[in-house]
Design a protein around this ligand. Structure first.
Ligand SMILES: NC(=O)c1ccc[n+]([C@@H]2O[C@H](COP(=O)([O-])OP(=O)(O)OC[C@H]3O[C@@H](n4cnc5c(N)ncnc54)[C@H](OP(=O)(O)O)[C@@H]3O)[C@@H](O)[C@H]2O)c1
Length: 272
């Protein structure tokens, strides 16, 4: 089974942009709340602190799912594997559960970095591999190039953005999506619909948003610095949104609110 669809790993805790005490406290609160999947990246500069917090958290390594992501600057034959080895050392583990390419390469030729990613798995540095911020076309290319199926394409996914093309590509390629910016960094709370729907289920606006994402078949990454939000974001398995409420939320995807716009970083592709 795809690792992100295991029940305990469907709700991942993201670590960007946390560092120091904020990171340690957030990871402790997340572990207490029940999170077992954690997401970091070379780019976040917090792998060592994340590794230290997880090593001390009291949960056995085999019960955790740790994801990290390779920085696009390391997509060269000289740098790729050494950078992954450095990530593992920082994380205090000998293999990572999921290794992602953080962004498509500048120029969009995905083949070379995908082959390097696969070599990391072949060397036993990663149990599973995947991508992030890929377009539908790149997902099809990844499917064709790789011998193993990527376990995810981690993308911006929330109810204020229509990602239907990527959902269709996920079905077509067998590469499932997973979310980041799941509450659109707070933008969702400007829309009263979520709180209104939540009243019917005794759930908060955030819980409704996250449940909508899960019911789209998309495992989650969420991040919060507040233990009450961390806990609330995890407590979303005890209700199911009706198809009527799912449809009402779907109408908001026409808002077209996107946080990571083309041009924001050199690697951001032309989105679908
Ligand atoms: N692959 C990529 O390129 C990529 C890009 C961005 C992020 N990510 C990953 O995805 C993770 C999450 O994404 P994100 O942090 O960008 O966006 P996000 O989860 O949409 O937004 C986080 C913000 O939402 C607030 N929030 C969270 N839960 C809340 C709740 N229940 N009620 C009210 N406010 C709430 C938090 O504030 P409080 O602290 O006040 O609760 C925090 O400021 C990151 O940590 C990172 O691991 C990946």
């Amino acid at each position: 089974m795809n690792i992100y669809f295991q029940k305990s790993f469907q709700r991942g805790f993201g670590t960007f942009p946390l560092k120091g005490d904020d990171l340690r406290n957030a990871i402790d609160a997340a572990v207490d709340a029940g999170y077992r999947a954690f997401d970091t990246a070379q780019m976040y500069g917090n792998e060592a602190e994340t590794g230290a917090a997880l090593a001390a958290c009291g949960v056995a390594r085999q019960n955790l799912c740790i994801t990290t992501k390779v920085h696009p600057d390391n997509y060269t034959p000289e740098k790729f594997l050494p950078s992954v080895e450095a990530s593992l050392k920082a994380l205090q583990i000998d293999r990572v559960d999921v290794l992602l390419l953080h962004w498509p390469p500048v120029g969009g030729d995905v083949g070379p970095s995908l082959r390097l990613l696969q070599s990391a798995k072949e060397k036993g540095l990663a149990d599973a591999i995947g991508v992030s911020n890929y377009t539908a076309k790149m997902m099809r290319e990844a499917r064709a190039i790789l011998d193993v199926l990527p376990v995810t394409n981690q993308i911006e996914f929330h109810p204020l953005l229509n990602q239907q093309k990527l959902l269709a590509a996920a079905t077509e390629t067998g590469i499932p999506l997973s979310s980041y910016a799941s509450v659109a960094r707070g933008e969702v709370f400007k829309h009263s619909l979520f709180a209104e729907i939540g009243k019917g289920y005794d759930k908060s606006a955030a819980q409704v948003v996250l449940r909508w994402i899960l019911q789209k078949g998309v495992p989650l990454n969420t991040m919060s610095t507040k233990s009450e939000n961390i806990r609330a974001n995890f407590e979303i398995m005890d209700f199911t949104l009706s198809s009527i409420d799912m449809d009402r939320i779907d109408t908001l995807t026409s808002t077209g609110y996107r946080i990571v716009k083309t041009g924001l970083l050199p690697w951001v592709p032309e989105w679908d």
